[in-house]
Design a protein around this ligand. Structure first.
Ligand SMILES: Nc1ncnc2c1ncn2[C@@H]1O[C@H](COP(=O)(O)OP(=O)(O)O)[C@@H](O)[C@H]1O
Ligand SMILES: [Mg+2]
Length: 247
């Protein structure tokens, strides 16, 4: 079953076409990787899905209902959560307070009391492995823990779909492998995942399918093995570093 679909999505900024006539589908329960060089339009596509921008052309459908044009908080309430490429915790607040904000704004946020939101936040923080850092101020966390907090904030919204934007940037190999395990664990709870990542080590391990953007256009979409060996993808993105990247 298709849970999220984009039809002919175009997003222009003044003279620049950041996303150009892109079709995509996300099947319920899958992990779809979105890769491509810097500036390819990946984050813009996530912003269009999340309602930060209305598409210039085309529409987004969540469970067959058109959502493009809705405000981000409405899309969040419907069940789509996202992380931010630039991690931005509320720095004066503790880890638990940060995650509680997610729990207040998500799918069940409207009916949740503050006390229930905090309880939900605690559960999620245990789940992502931040159980022992709940009362630490968010700006005291190291990079790996900050990324986990970003994931926790999105999870606390109780989403059916999560959009991960480079949650592994800056992590070392062992932290990447732990993040891969966490993402699989999240999928095993029934959440569908779109993941933007440059870390091929992770993309190869975690994705059921990969699609590739280049200059705003989709240049490949298919099984990881097939896409990562595609001539155009190697030329546009993987390049000479390919052998090193796929280790
Ligand atoms: N708010 C914006 N205003 C103008 N140009 C933007 C804006 N956001 C992104 N862009 C441009 O759109 C293109 C795609 O950017 P982005 O989606 O961030 O790429 P990626 O995430 O793949 O690196 C880039 O050329 C970028 O400079
Ligand atoms: Mg980006």
């Amino acid at each position: 079953m298709t849970i999220l679909e984009g039809k002919n999505i175009t997003k222009k900024f003044a003279g620049l076409t950041a996303v150009n006539k892109v079709d995509f589908k996300l099947e319920k329960g899958e992990i779809l990787g979105l890769i491509g060089p810097n500036g390819a339009g990946k984050t813009t596509l996530v912003n269009v899905i999340a309602g930060v921008y209305a598409p210039t052309e085309g529409d987004i459908y969540f469970k067959d209902k058109k959502i493009s044009g809705l405000k981000p908080y409405k899309i969040g309430r419907l069940g789509i959560a996202r992380t931010f490429q630039i991690v931005r915790p509320f720095s004066g607040m503790t880890v638990k307070e940060n995650a509680s904000v997610g729990a207040m704004f998500g799918a069940q946020g409207k009916t949740r009391s503050a006390k229930e939101a905090i309880k939900k936040a605690e559960e999620i923080l245990e789940f992502v492995g931040l159980g022992d850092q709940m009362n630490v101020k968010a700006d005291q966390l190291n990079v790996a823990s900050r990324k986990r907090l970003e994931i926790a904030k999105a999870l606390a919204m109780g989403p059916e779909v999560i959009l991960f934007d480079e949650v592994m940037a800056g992590l070392n190999f062992s932290e990447i492998d732990q993040a891969v395990e966490l993402i699989k664990k999240i999928r095993n709870t029934g959440i569908t995942i779109l993941i933007i990542e440059h870390v091929m080590r992770a993309i190869k391990r975690v994705c059921d399918r990969i699609f590739v953007l280049h200059h705003g256009e989709k240049i490949a979409d298919g099984a990881p093995e097939e896409v990562l060996n595609d001539e155009n993808v190697i030329k546009a993105y993987l390049g000479r570093r390919y052998k090193e990247l796929i280790k």
